[in-house]
Design a binder for this molecule. Structure first.
Ligand code: FMN
Length: 270
């Protein structure tokens, strides 16, 4: 089959899982097109989904849902009744409404969703000093589930079986952009060293056009704190401050002991 994998990936976790799925499917003889939708221009061009036999969507979970810009992008699509599967990577806290929101939006966009999955991934905020959640994930077990997900996706694309996510208690509301104060106010990227070659990657690659390379910081009203600029800076000049105290509060609030995190499993949702 000719399959496209559309994914959003800020720190590379969803990309790693997408690449793994692509490798498995290519070994099975399928032709795979990988498309990262992180850069604004990649979300502006119209996609004709009839160019593919089916597709797979992969998103990280940001605040219990897909990133707001991924949600807005899904609203612009016309799946033309094509089949798709979807998956999420998340930093071992919770997916909350991610499956429901995405299933709803893809169904509204005329896709037939056949399968979903969730994978544990190193938390994006591990780029910050003092934050360390699900380090080392996805691990071999997670990749094994991704392999199974890839193979099951093909089986479900070929069948006409019904896949449904219960939306009876669900009403879709657009996602609010995170407030730039409160708990998350210290999670903004900042260039805090002179070792910057002014390559403008931070500005060019920012998914919401928030980062100003000259100022060395983002517009806080636009920034979605995805950590892409921190992650891609070739000079390692952009950082987040020390959030170790916030990390302790966060773990306590969500009961994220080492054992709990280690025992969180990636899974396929049939
Ligand atoms: C702004 C933001 C919000 C996040 N919210 C959640 C969340 O609600 N639950 C969770 O378990 N992980 C959360 N994470 C962690 C990411 O889902 C996780 O690290 C993901 O694998 C990152 O994928 P990427 O590198 O492809 O962007 C969040 C990360 C960011 C940057």
């Amino acid at each position: 089959m000719n399959i496209a994998i559309f994914y959003f990936s800020a720190t590379g976790i969803t990309e790693t899982v997408s690449n793994h799925i692509a490798t498995i499917l290519e070994k099975e003889g399928h032709s795979i097109t990988l498309k990262n939708i992180i850069i604004p221009n990649s979300r502006r061009s119209q996609v004709d989904f009839l160019e593919f036999d089916a597709c797979i969507f992969g998103f990280p979970v940001f605040g219990g849902r897909p990133p707001s810009i991924a949600e807005e992008w899904m609203k612009t699509l016309n799946g033309r009744n094509q089949k798709c599967s979807m998956f999420f990577t998340y930093g071992a806290r919770d997916l909350e409404l991610a499956h429901q929101v995405t299933f709803y939006l893809l169904t509204q966009a005329n896709f037939k969703v056949v399968l979903s999955a969730e994978f544990i991934g190193k938390h994006s905020f591990n780029v910050a000093k003092g934050w360390s959640l699900a380090e080392g994930r996805p691990n071999q077990l997670d990749f094994d589930v991704a392999t199974e997900f890839a193979l099951q996706t093909i089986i479900q694309f070929k069948r006409d079986s019904k896949f449904n996510i219960d939306l009876s208690d669900f009403t879709y509301k657009s996602k609010k952009v995170r407030e730039s104060h409160g708990f998350w106010k210290n999670f903004y990227p900042l260039r805090d060293t002179d070792d910057c070659s002014m390559c403008y990657m931070c500005e060019k690659e920012c998914p919401v056009e928030a980062f100003d390379a000259l100022l060395g910081e983002p517009n806080r009203k636009r920034c979605i704190q995805c950590m892409h600029c921190v992650s891609i800076c070739p000079d390692k000049a952009i950082h987040i401050g020390d959030v170790s105290q916030l990390f302790e509060k966060f773990k306590k609030r969500f009961g994220l002991t080492e054992d709990v995190v280690e025992n969180k499993r990636s899974k396929i949702i049939f």
